[in-house]
Design a protein around this ligand. Structure first.
Ligand code: MLT
Length: 259
C-alpha cells in the first residue's frame, strides 16, 4: 500500500473500491486498522480511502502538531489526489479532524460523517486530564495509555478478539505522537458554530454504549445540524466500527446513497 508526501510528511494510506469517494479517519491513539472490517463492506459501491494521521500507524513521525495541522494534512491529501469534493468520515479524534476540515476547507467536502465524537472543546477538567495523559505517554509509554483507556473503549459484552486487536493497535503507537495528540485535543476549539452552518449533509453514527461520546451528546449535535441522519449502533461502545462493522457500514451506505 502506498505512502504520499503531504506537507513534507510521508502519510500512509489505503485506496480500494469504486464509486463515490469516502475517506475514513481514525481516532486516538489508533490507526487505520480500526476500519479493517468496515472497508470490504463498502468497497463494492464506494471508493474507500483510509489514512494514518501524521505520527500514527505507518505514517512518519513528526514533531508536535495541532488539530488544524491534521486537518491541513487531509486537505492536502484530497487536493493532491484530486478527489475533492468528497465524503470524509472521522471517528472520535478523527471526527475533530473532520470538523476542523469543515471549518477551514469546506469546499473539499461533499458529505461529513461523524462517528463517536464530540463538537465541544475540552473544559478545564478535561484539559488537565489531557496533560496527565500526555505525561503518562512520555514517561510510561503506549501500554500505560492503553491500560487507562481500555475500560472506556468497548461495550460491556465486547469480544476478546476485538479487545486484543484494539490493544495491539494502541500499544503500537509512538509515545511522542500520543502526547502531541493529547495537547492538540486539549487546545481544540468548539466546532458547534461550524456544524450549525454546514450546508452539506452531516451524518452522526454512535455506539449505543459509547462511554466517551454518548448517544445523548451526539443527539445534541445532530439536533444542531441542518441536514443529516443519526444512526445508533447496537452492541457497540466507542469503537463502533470494530464492534459492529456491519451496522456501521450499513449506516455509512444509507447516509451516502445520494452521493
Ligand atoms: C478518541 O477515541 O479519538 C478519543 O477518545 C478522543 C478524545 O479523547 O476526545
Amino acid at each position: 500500500m502506498p505512502h504520499i508526501f503531504v506537507q513534507s510528511t510521508r502519510l500512509w494510506f489505503t485506496d480500494a473500491g469504486t464509486g463515490p469517494t469516502i475517506i475514513l479517519i481514525h481516532g486516538f491513539p489508533l490507526d487505520s486498522r480500526i476500519w479493517d472490517e468496515v472497508v470490504p463492506l463498502l468497497t463494492p459501491t464506494r471508493r474507500v480511502i483510509t489514512l494514518d494521521l501524521r505520527g500514527f500507524g505507518q505514517s512518519d513521525e513528526t514533531g508536535s502538531f495541532s488539530m488544524r495541522q491534521l486537518a491541513f494534512d487531509v486537505a492536502g491529501f484530497i487536493t493532491l489526489q484530486k478527489i475533492g469534493p468528497c465524503c470524509v468520515a472521522g471517528l472520535s479524534m478523527g471526527g475533530y479532524v473532520a470538523q476542523e476540515l469543515a471549518s477551514e476547507s469546506h469546499e473539499l467536502l461533499s458529505h461529513l460523517i461523524l462517528l463517536d465524537t464530540k463538537a465541544e472543546s475540552d473544559n478545564p477538567d478535561a484539559q488537565n486530564k489531557r496533560n496527565e495523559m500526555a505525561a503518562i505517554a512520555r514517561e510510561q509509554g503506549a501500554k500505560a495509555v492503553a491500560d487507562q483507556m481500555m475500560p472506556k473503549m468497548l461495550s460491556r459484552n465486547h469480544s476478546a478478539a476485538v479487545e486484543g486487536k484494539l490493544r495491539t493497535i494502541m500499544e503500537s503507537q509512538r509515545p511522542e505522537t500520543i502526547a502531541s495528540a493529547c495537547i492538540a485535543m486539549r487546545d481544540r476549539e468548539t466546532y458547534l458554530p461550524t456544524l450549525e452552518k454546514m450546508s452539506i449533509p452531516v451524518d452522526i453514527i454512535v455506539g449505543e454504549e459509547d462511554a466517551i461520546s454518548s448517544p445523548e451528546l451526539m443527539r445534541f449535535m445532530h439536533e444542531r445540524i441542518n441536514y443529516g441522519r443519526m444512526f445508533e449502533i447496537p452492541g457497540a461502545g466507542h469503537l463502533s466500527p470494530m464492534e459492529n462493522p456491519q451496522a456501521v457500514a450499513k449506516a455509512i451506505l444509507m447516509g451516502t446513497e445520494n452521493l
